[in-house]
Design a protein around this ligand. Structure first.
Ligand code: VGL
Length: 194
């Protein structure tokens, strides 16, 4: 990766892992791979962003308030914590999304840092032009983030060995990957980078 690259680790939280409220099959399989990617980016002094879904208890993202999803990633609950084996390096930026009651906020472009700065602003400030994106879930937050990034003019590489999908309908993740590539995303695995 070149010096204008950054890594984005999307929503690797307990509720999206097996046993969680919206557990993605083998969601936890991305954890160690992402630890390796984070190591590579930090060794090269490149920015690493970790995102979290961080919903209020009542939000129209949840089925009981008009949305489509079971209650998950409620602010301050164990399900909303990052997976315990994820090892964020020093200097990582934590981004929060979905914290308002009226948003789905699948895309990291709707996330903010602890000072309230938006993701695009942070990227432009640090001169980032290419995003390497992995995490959960392929067919929702990863997909929306990738497509938004391409729309905003960033180059995008999807970490295909570090994403897993919900697959509400069988094949959703494969279709999502197809869409992302069609829209201009590249793909990579850890072996290609190290
Ligand atoms: C997500 C479903 C519902 C995700 C978030 O992080 O991909 N998926 N909310």
């Amino acid at each position: 990766m070149d010096k204008e690259s950054a890594l984005v680790v999307v929503d690797v939280q307990n509720d999206f892992c097996p046993g969680g409220a919206l557990g993605v099959a083998e969601g936890d399989a991305v954890v160690e791979v992402l630890n390796r990617y984070m190591g590579l980016f930090r060794e090269r002094g490149l920015p690493v962003f970790i995102t979290r879904d961080w919903h209020p208890p009542e939000t129209n993202h949840f089925k009981e308030f008009g949305g489509v999803w079971p209650v998950h990633c409620v602010q301050g609950t164990p399900g909303a914590e990052l997976h315990p084996a994820l090892k964020p390096p020093d200097g990582v930026t934590l981004l929060t999304k979905g914290d308002r009651p009226d948003e789905d906020a699948y895309s990291v472009f709707q996330a903010r840092d602890p000072e309230g700065r938006g993701f695009s602003e942070l990227l432009r400030e640090s001169g980032v032009t290419r995003l390497y994106i992995g995490g959960l879930a392929t067919d929702y937050c990863v997909r929306e983030t990738v497509l938004d990034a391409l729309r905003e003019g960033f180059k995008v590489t999807v970490l295909v060995d570090a994403v897993k999908g919900v697959d509400l309908k069988p094949g959703d993740s494969e279709r999502a990957l197809g869409e992302m590539k069609e829209a201009g995303a590249d793909t990579v695995t850890l072996e290609d980078l190290s």
